[in-house]
Design a protein around this ligand. Structure first.
Ligand code: AGP
Length: 608
């Protein structure tokens, strides 16, 4: 989960590397470091903690020279420290790495037997020593890298700089993201597109099992075995500004307010309003799911909550039986999957290792895989047999918001398409369901406009130590999502629970201090949820009602009433999530936490 940047060209490398790393700091911020070639050798600057610490060090000890490489770290092997910070040097070779080398202990032992001394606790350092051994034998840097990656087990993206060949960078990829940026007389490498956007829009994605050699004038890709690879560059449409905060105090608030547009972009070109139908992308044309008898939805975190709503949508609209599983649990339960079982994986980053592993598990069983992803050409998207992109744009804040509501939008579109195709939904009902979706962005905008009241409620309950979230049916996952948002950005202990399940245990937690957020739209389970709400009231809980209808019986029991506009039942999760996102955001601002980069978290979790 680290951020990687590299530059080869005539300009001073370090300012380019630092600004690139700033765009990637959401990937991990335990330590940071740079290296650049100057005066016939490679100099390194590293320090523990955030990029600002490195910027301070560079002011005290400027780093001149080019080419250069830069890294921002999310610790997996070896605690956050300067010693474990990247880049790692061994002899003439200096290297940065994102991922995990699973066989590093064996490689390390062999290296130490050959007289090498490790200076860090990391898995990464073994790679720099192995490449340096080859370089010492006079092997070229690219060939040395190819020989070494064939010995590595695990996931890795590496970029190597060597004093033996100071005009180039070499990078290699296996199950961890790497993208190359093509400039005029200069070239770039990074673990993510935002780091490249201020310099170029022409990019090349490196595939697993490939090595690229970058000089100022050229980029040459080969397989690990040295076979040349010819690939056309792509043009990225994202503009650098979208990656910046656009005037909001935090990326999170910007992304919450971007949801109406993100939902529009996600349904754009996929709505057949007259026909009351949906036309999805190229590889999801009519008939793509013929023969599918069951669906298994798999993801992690917020995306897993989207899967729980997806189950409701696909069973209700397409009449297909669905199961939902965590990415980290799916493989180890040896799942029954075959070519009639569709695996749907949902992932914002498209790089979450647990979810990627589920894709591989399904592929091994010849089951088709549909990936619902936000990052184009991400690893999960490339490994799936079908992809349905959410068009939320870059999501920088660690806490996922617009990706969630666009995932629900995409799953609604999918369920509608399959429901029409399977004859579960006729054209009239299709037109109503499509009509409700087309009307949704304006309703989300309306829900966002009620932010001031939510901010007041957040300040009133911001000192709570525990909060309970309750919901029923299709909105039980919304209770889970509300609790997760509060947990991850305000560090308050919060739990989401099916409202009907509360009396089987969690009701013991309720006292007259505890805020209890109850998601209770006027739907088929309203009365049942109301009786659960009464149970909370009788134990003195401070009830915050989130609903689409401020009815008298709710007014009677609510300490606070947060409302959203009405829509059809199957779209209520998207609307009812908005006040929960804003509540969590304003509680976090009130408590002064690091809203966009909460402690202990990173945006995409690329280790299992
Ligand atoms: C959500 O706010 C978190 N960032 C986290 O739970 C996230 O949803 C999870 O890691 C899955 O990420 P993905 O969607 O990129 O696969």
């Amino acid at each position: 989960m680290c951020g990687i940047v590299g530059y080869v060209g005539p300009r001073e490398a370090s300012p380019i590397l630092v600004s690139g790393l700033r765009k990637l700091e959401y990937r991990g911020y335990d330590s940071a470091g740079l290296a650049a070639f100057s005066n016939a050798h490679v100099e390194v600057r590293r320090c523990v903690g955030k990029l600002d610490n490195l910027a301070t060090l560079l002011r005290e000890q400027p780093l001149a020279g080019t080419p250069g490489i830069g890294h921002t770290r999310w610790a997996t092997h070896g605690r956050p420290s300067e010693q474990n910070a990247h880049p790692h040097r061994a002899g003439k070779v200096v290297l940065i790495h994102n991922g995990i080398i699973e066989n590093y202990l064996a490689l390390r032992a062999a290296l130490e037997k050959r007289g090498r001394t490790m200076k860090s606790e990391t898995d990464t350092e073994v790679i720099s020593h192995l490449i340096d051994e080859e370089v010492e034998q006079g092997v070229g840097l690219a060939e040395a890298t190819r020989r070494v990656v064939r010995k590595l087990e695990g996931s890795y993206a590496i970029v190597v700089l060597s004093e033996s060949e100071p005009d180039k960078l070499v990078t290699a990829k296996s199950a961890t993201p790497i993208v190359l940026g093509l400039g005029e007389g200069e070239n770039f490498v990074a673990s993510d597109i935002p780091a490249l956007l201020e310099h170029t829009r022409r990019v090349l994605f490196l595939e697993d099992g490939e090595v690229a050699e970058l000089t100022a004038k050229a980029v040459r890709i080969t397989t690990f075995d040295g076979d040349p690879v010819d690939r056309q560059p792509r043009t990225v449409t994202w503009d650098p500004v979208t990656a910046q905060k656009g005037g909001y105090k935090h990326f999170l608030l910007k992304e919450i307010h971007e949801q109406p547009q993100a939902i529009i972009d996600t349904m754009r070109g996929r709505i057949l309003q007259e026909a009351g139908d949906v036309g999805l992308d190229a590889d999801l044309r009519a008939g793509w799911a013929k023969g599918i008898k069951r669906i298994v939805l798999v993801a992690c975190g917020t995306a897993w909550h989207a899967c729980l709503v997806g189950k409701f949508l696909l069973e209700r609209l397409a009449g297909l039986p669905c199961e939902v599983d965590y990415g980290s649990e799916f493989r180890s339960r040896d799942p029954i999957m075959d070519d009639e079982s569709l695996l749907i994986v949902v992932s914002q980053s498209g790089e979450t290792a647990d979810t990627l592993a589920a894709v591989e598990t399904a592929r091994e069983r010849h089951a088709p895989v549909l990936a619902v992803c936000n990052v184009v050409d991400s690893s999960i998207a490339r490994r799936a047999s079908h992809v349905l992109y959410t068009h939320a744009g870059p999501e920088i804040s660690v806490a996922s918001t617009k990706a969630f509501t666009t995932q629900l939008t995409a799953l609604y579109l999918l369920a509608l398409q399959l429901g029409r195709e399977r004859g579960v939904i006729d054209a009239d009902r299709g037109r109503r369901l499509v009509g409700d979706l087309v009307a949704l962005p304006a309703l989300v905008k309306e829900a966002l406009s009620r932010e001031r009241l939510i901010e007041r409620v957040a300040k009133k309950y911001g000192n709570a130590s525990d909060v309970l979230y309750l919901g029923r049916g299709i909105n039980y996952p919304v209770a889970l999502e509300g609790a997760l948002k509060l947990k991850e950005i305000s560090y308050i202990h919060a739990e989401g629970y099916p409202a009907g399940e509360m009396k089987h245990g969690p009701i013991a937690l309720i006292n007259d201090e505890m805020p209890v957020v109850v998601i209770i739209p006027q739907d088929a389970v309203f009365q049942k949820t109301l009786s659960n709400l009464k149970e909370v009231e009788s134990r003195g809980g401070r009830i915050i009602v989130v609903t689409d209808t401020a009815s008298p019986e709710l007014e009677d029991v609510a300490w606070e009433m947060l409302t959203v506009p009405k829509t059809n039942e199957l779209l209520t999760p998207i609307l009812l999530t908005i006040p929960l996102q804003l509540l969590a955001y304003h509680v976090a601002v009130y408590r002064g936490t690091d809203v966009d980069q909460p402690r202990n978290l990173a945006k995409s979790v690329t280790v299992e």
